[in-house]
Design a binder for this molecule. Structure first.
Ligand SMILES: Nc1ncnc2c1ncn2[C@@H]1O[C@H](COP(=O)(O)OP(=O)(O)OP(=O)(O)O)[C@@H](O)[C@H]1O
Ligand SMILES: [Mg+2]
Length: 557
């Protein structure tokens, strides 16, 4: 599906109508333009994401490796519950469009009726659209923080183009945008106004409209905003609305929660828009009482995502993670490590991934380069304090019990803070090393005069020692204060301008005539032993080593 960038900046996919196996889906452009219905295997393959990894990366320096550890957070290992989610979304999306076929004459009637109801405002909208038998339904996903609810829904939604551009359906001119899905986060204060504003903002960002300026400018009441949303959703053929963080509804000002739920229910029943609500166990009360009863004939049970049990599913996840290891030493996944990881994370995916990442970083930074059960216990002890009450409640195992601790969110496990602290430690060490190296280099250079350094460089270029010395002296005689590189450049220029070639002459002959302490001789002898000029001079104690300098400095201090 190649996205098309329209002149107004919208990224849309041009509609391609696919033949439908299921007869009732045929002839509905909104459904025919969707990607094909997947089998479980196809869904698993499309959902999975394994970032690249190469075992050779273990050899890299620590500052690279601690960055790479963060790739762990990109992994998506599909689990059975995700295949269930994928197939539910696939069904409710299509079912929702079933009664909203824009090419059927009833569609006009549907728009007219729902408009009338919408216009009555939010508190009147619970009334059903009698002439419109909705095929829409919704469901909710409830699960402890960190079980991957948001990640999973994003991964499923990613398989659908968000905006489809229709221009012609068979022989009929059919020029519309289809907004396949829209995901909103319930605002912190649980207010409908906040949610409406987010709706306008998201649509504006996607379609280049300016609904925010138009409807959220303070001149319109919340009722007006809701009406606008219903109409926009209708006109855009919105297929699915997902509202995450629904537990914030609990914090709504009095009456807010009921109003909000009414609003959702009316979207399902009046305009036939399927809705998925996602939240932590704190949202259970609200969802189970109002939302469930108000929805009619949903046919889809809610999804409760418990923490993972220590079974094959847990193993599937841990095996996927374990391949990604950047410590020098390879640690196999032993039963003991597996037990500790489960015990410390209580089967919460987010915590398991973070613990594994933190243990690797700690192993790398400390130089121990190995993951051990104790290391995992230790990083857990140091970094999981904020989520301990939730983990303890999980051990006792009751979702309602957990609801009490629900303002605890696994995002409180501060991986970013942990990472930056450890990164700083590594960088500090690296900077120190770099400074030491630079200092050594500087001291080494200071010990040799510019003249000596220039001669050595020329010798390394295979220029005969005597000639090198002579030409350098010649350059320096000019009295200008020059850098070593400048002396070398001028010396080479001088050599070539006098027509001299850098051919090696019979050095043996010349060398013999030299004094044994003549640096030219020393360098020549060194060269025979494959030594650099610097090494040869150092061997004869003609250059002080950095250790000598440090040693002397310490003694004199
Ligand atoms: N299937 C998976 N495979 C690998 N990692 C996963 C998977 N599911 C979740 N994770 C990890 O868990 C992290 C947290 O997941 P996510 O934020 O989706 O949880 P959540 O249930 O939405 O939590 P909250 O209720 O706090 O919003 C992800 O960033 C990811 O690192
Ligand atoms: Mg979430």
């Amino acid at each position: 599906m190649d996205k098309l960038k329209l002149p107004n900046g919208i990224l849309a996919v041009p509609a391609e109508y696919k033949e439908q196996v299921i007869p009732e889906y045929s002839g509905n452009p909104f459904i025919e333009a969707l990607p094909p219905i997947l089998s479980a295997e196809e869904a698993a393959e499309k959902l999975a994401f394994y970032p690249p990894y190469h075992p050779q990366e273990r050899r890299l320096e620590s500052h690279y490796r601690i960055h790479m550890v963060q790739r762990l957070f990109q992994i998506f290992q599909p689990l059975p519950v995700h295949l269930d989610l994928e197939s539910r979304i696939s069904r409710i999306l299509r079912q929702g469009y079933l009664a909203r076929n824009p090419l059927k004459p009833q569609f006009v009637q549907y728009l007219k009726n729902s408009d009338e109801i919408i216009n009555k405002g939010i508190d009147g909208t619970l009334e059903n659209n009698k002439l419109f038998r909705t095929t829409a339904s919704g469901f909710s996903i409830v699960g402890v923080s960190g079980m991957g609810k948001s990640t999973a829904i994003n991964q499923v939604l990613r398989m659908y183009p968000q905006v489809i551009l229709h221009s012609r359906y068979k022989e009929t001119k059919f020029s519309v945008y289809q907004l396949v899905w829209l995901k909103l986060d319930c605002p912190f204060d649980g207010s409908i106004k906040g949610l409406c504003i987010e709706f306008f903002n998201k649509i504006d960002a996607l379609l280049g409209t300016n609904y925010y300026t138009k409807f959220a400018n303070g001149r319109y009441s919340v009722d007006h905003m809701v009406t606008a949303i219903c109409k926009i959703a209708q006109n855009l053929g919105l297929g699915l609305l997902i509202i995450d963080e629904i537990q914030h509804l609990n914090e709504a000002k009095s009456g807010g929660e009921q109003r909000m739920l009414n609003f959702f229910v009316s979207l399902v029943n009046t305009i036939g828009l399927p809705i998925v609500l996602i939240g932590t166990p704190k949202a259970l009360n609200v969802l189970q009482s109002q939302f469930r009863q108000a929805r009619r004939g949903s046919g889809q049970g809610d999804m409760i995502w418990e923490r993972l049990n220590k079974d094959d599913i847990w193993q599937l996840l841990v095996d996927a993670l374990w391949r990604y290891q950047w410590t020098r030493k390879e640690t196999p996944l032993t039963d003991e490590i597996n037990d500790v990881l489960y015990e410390e994370s209580q089967g919460i995916i987010d915590i398991a991934v973070k613990l594994y990442a933190m243990a690797q970083i700690r192993a790398i930074v400390s130089g121990k380069e190995e993951i051990t059960p104790n290391l995992i216990r230790q990083v857990a002890k140091e970094n999981l304090q904020l989520v301990q009450p939730m983990l303890q409640a999980l051990k006792k195992g009751n979702l309602m019990e957990i609801a009490k601790y629900d303002d605890i969110c696994t995002a409180n496990v501060d991986f970013v803070g942990f990472f930056s602290k450890n990164r700083q430690a590594v960088e500090m060490e690296m900077r120190l090393k770099a400074l030491q190296k630079q200092q050594q280099q500087k001291e080494r250079e200071e010990m040799l005069s510019v003249k000596e350094q220039a001669i050595i460089k020329l010798l390394e270029l295979n220029i005969e020692a005597k000639k090198a010395q002579k030409v350098v002296e010649q350059v320096m005689e000019e009295g200008e204060k020059l850098e070593v590189s400048e002396v070398v450049v001028r010396a080479i220029q001088l050599l070539s301008s006098t027509g001299e070639k850098t051919k090696r002459r019979s050095r043996e002959h010349n060398v013999k005539k030299m004094n044994e302490n003549d640096i030219r001789l020393i360098v020549e002898e060194g060269r025979k032993k494959q030594m650099t000029a610097y090494e040869a001079l150092k061997e004869k104690n003609l250059i002080k080593g950095i250790d000598d300098v440090i040693f002397q400095a310490r003694c004199s201090a």
